[in-house]
Structure formats: C-alpha cells, structure tokens
Design a protein around this ligand. Structure first.
Ligand code: NAP
Length: 336
C-alpha cells in the first residue's frame, strides 16, 4: 500500500540567514517499491551546517538543492516494504533521502547498520559523518602527537564535542575549546573533558586564546573560520598543523568574507593548513565505528545529542542548529 509522506522543499534561495518562508512543507505519496527497491520509514533525520551551502545557487562539493524539490540529507530508518533480497523488512539502514517521512530507494543506496551496537541515531552523529570527521581530522589531516596542545572551535557541537575527546586519546597534553555562551563553556570543561574553554561571544578570541595557551598551540581543528582561524594563526607554534574542517561563521554571509589577516604567519612559522572532507576518509569508517561503539558502550566517549521532535519542526531544528541551540549532534526524531 503506498505511504503518505510529508517532506520539506526549498522554496527560495535564502539571502543571509534562512527564513521559515524559504521552505515549504508538502504531503506526497510514496509509490510501492519496484524490483530491487525498498521503502524506508525514516526514524531520525540529520540537519547539518553544510546544508546551508546547498541552499545557494552553484555547485559545492555536494550538489545544490533545487527550488521546489524535496531536500536531501542523511537519515536513519527502518525498511517497511521491500522488493530487494538484500534489504529485508525490519532492517535498520542509513541513506541520503532525509527531510521526509518515507523514502523510496534502490537497495544499493542503503547502508545497513547494527542497531545492537548503539542507538540508531548514533549513526547520524558520533558513529556517522560527524564523528568520523573529528577522528580523521585529528588522526590524518592535522595529526595530533604526544604532548601537543590542541585547540578545537565549535567545541560544544557535533564534530567539536567529540574532537576534544579524540585529541586526548591521540596523545594531546592539553585541549582548549571555544563555544558560544557561558553555559557551553562550562559544559566543555565540566562534561566534555576540555582543559580550558573560551566563550567566543565575550569577544577578543585572539587575546583569550593566547592567555589560555601561553606555550602556544600545535594543532587547531577549525570548525568556524574567520576570527577563530586568525586567532589560532597568532598562537600557533612553528610547524603547527591546522585542519580546515568548516567555516560556519561565514555560511550565512551574503558576500565572500575577507581571509584571515594573520595568514602570512603560516609562512614565518611553517604552518600546514589542510582542508579536509570526510568523504575522502571512507576507508577509516568501519574500524572507526567498531572502535567508537566500544568507547560509547564503556562510557569513555561522551556523545551528546539535541533532539527535536517531529518532521514539521525539521526546518526550525536546522535554523536553531545554525544559531547554536544545540549541544552535540542536532537531530530530528520522527514519530509515526
Ligand atoms: P555543530 O557544531 O553541531 O553545529 C553548528 C554550531 O556552529 C552551532 O551549534 C554554533 O555553536 C556554531 N556557530 C554558529 N555560528 C557561529 C559563529 N558565527 N561563530 C562560531 N560558531 C558558530 O555542527 P557540526 O555538524 O558539528 O559541524 C561543525 C563544523 O564542521 C561546520 O563548520 C561544518 O560545516 C563542518 N563539517 C565539516 C565536515 C567536512 O567533511 N569537512 C563534516 C562535518 C562537519 P555555538 O553556540 O558555539 O556558536
């Protein structure tokens, strides 16, 4: 029997911060699966910063959202109808047709996940792209060495909150994080194991990072760009390593922002700045999931989530995440 499904479409390309009117909520009917196809009932949707770039005209590393069409993104769900031997009804899977209640998919585009290893939504966060991003950035892109001082921005978010913990596991002697507001700063030191926390909303991030790291920093995982990247360049030790992971401070900017004024320090100090994209690190994923699931189970890895209920609130969840309403991974839970 065909499923009735509600889904979010992009109605207009946002200028600056997206508005609720840039999106429309549409009810549609998902056809029965044909040979080799399945219907998945989505249980959790991921809302992520990179989706902001997909709302703009023009190609980035992921194709743009098309106007008037349903948006996409990662989701985890349950197969509820199947015409494919390899995907039985009841299986838990992740896939890329988020922003909707039910998805019709070719079985080949599903990734089966083990619901006994961790709560299913973990595959959108700590065991999914965000966890792997943090791990690959600090293991490969800007490798942490024994005794390093490591700085992580966006440290209370999905990538940042686990990055601080991974830095420690990889040998960091000191881990400094920055986040927005006093409550998040407190969370960093009291809950997420950071040695020092900077509330960037207080201003003067460069001055306060210098105070927190009198011996300089060796590795910086940049989720934010802008003034944070500039501050890190100022205190970076010679030979330091920077993983350029994200630049969320500019994602809503209507015009390109100027680069960091202190970039020439990279020459003087022989700093390596390296862009990373998690899609280049798929080879690490299986081992990472196995290992991180063990850390999750034994309680040594803290993976916070902020959960918003209801497909009708998915756009608001995205907008709230961009404004910093989340700690850990922002997720939308669907009830059927
Ligand atoms: P997240 O950190 O869970 O959520 C976004 C956070 O950004 C918000 O909670 C907010 O926290 C912060 N923020 C918003 N505006 C800011 C500003 N102007 N200055 C400083 N912080 C700001 O999101 P995430 O999924 O973990 O992603 C974090 C970064 O990693 C993003 O830049 C994303 O694009 C990037 N990323 C890259 C890859 C890759 O493959 N390269 C993969 C995943 C994610 P505050 O309350 O602290 O402001």
């Amino acid at each position: 029997m065909p499923f009735s499904s509600r889904e979010w479409h992009l109605a207009a390309r946002p200028v600056g911060e997206p508005k609720p009117t840039d999106f429309t909520f549409v009810t549609t009917t998902v056809p029965d699966p044909g040979p080799g196809q399945v219907v998945v009932r989505n249980d959790f949707l991921s809302v992520d910063p990179y989706m902001r770039g997909r709302m703009n005209e023009g190609k980035s590393y992921v194709p743009q959202f098309e106007l008037g069409e349903v948006m996409t993104g990662t989701a985890v769900g349950t197969v509820v109808a199947s015409q494919a031997e390899e995907a039985a009804v009841g299986a838990t899977v992740t896939h890329f047709l988020g922003w909707r209640e039910y998805a019709l998919l070719d079985a080949g585009s599903l990734q089966p996940v083990d619901p006994d290893l961790a709560p299913v939504q973990a595959y959108l966060g700590v065991l999914g792209a965000t966890g792997l991003t943090a791990w690959a950035a600090l293991r490969d892109t800007a490798p942490v060495r024994e005794g390093d001082v490591v700085f992580v921005s966006g440290a209370a978010g999905a990538v940042g909150s686990v990055a601080g913990q991974f830095a420690r596991r990889l040998g960091a002697a000191e881990v400094i994080g920055s986040a927005g507001g006093p409550a998040k700063a407190k969370l960093l030191t009291e809950h997420l194991g950071f040695d020092a926390a900077l509330d960037y909303r207080e201003g003067n991030i460069a001055g306060r990072l210098a105070e927190a790291a009198p011996e300089g920093i060796d590795v910086y995982l940049d989720n934010v760009g802008g003034d944070h990247l500039d501050a890190a360049l100022a205190v970076m030790n010679p030979g330091g390593r920077i993983a350029l992971v994200g630049a969320i401070s500019g994602y809503n900017a209507a015009e390109p922002l100027p680069g960091p004024a202190r970039l020439p320090l990279a020459i003087v100090k022989r700093i390596t700045l390296r862009g990373m994209n998690v899609s280049d690190h798929a080879d690490l994923a299986d081992d990472f999931v196995r290992q991180a699931a063990v850390w999750l189970k034994d309680g040594s890895l803290v993976a916070d989530e902020t959960i918003v209920d209801g497909i009708d609130n998915a756009v608001e969840a995205f907008l709230a995440m961009m404004r910093g309403a989340n700690t850990g991974k922002m997720l939308v839970r669907l009830t059927h």
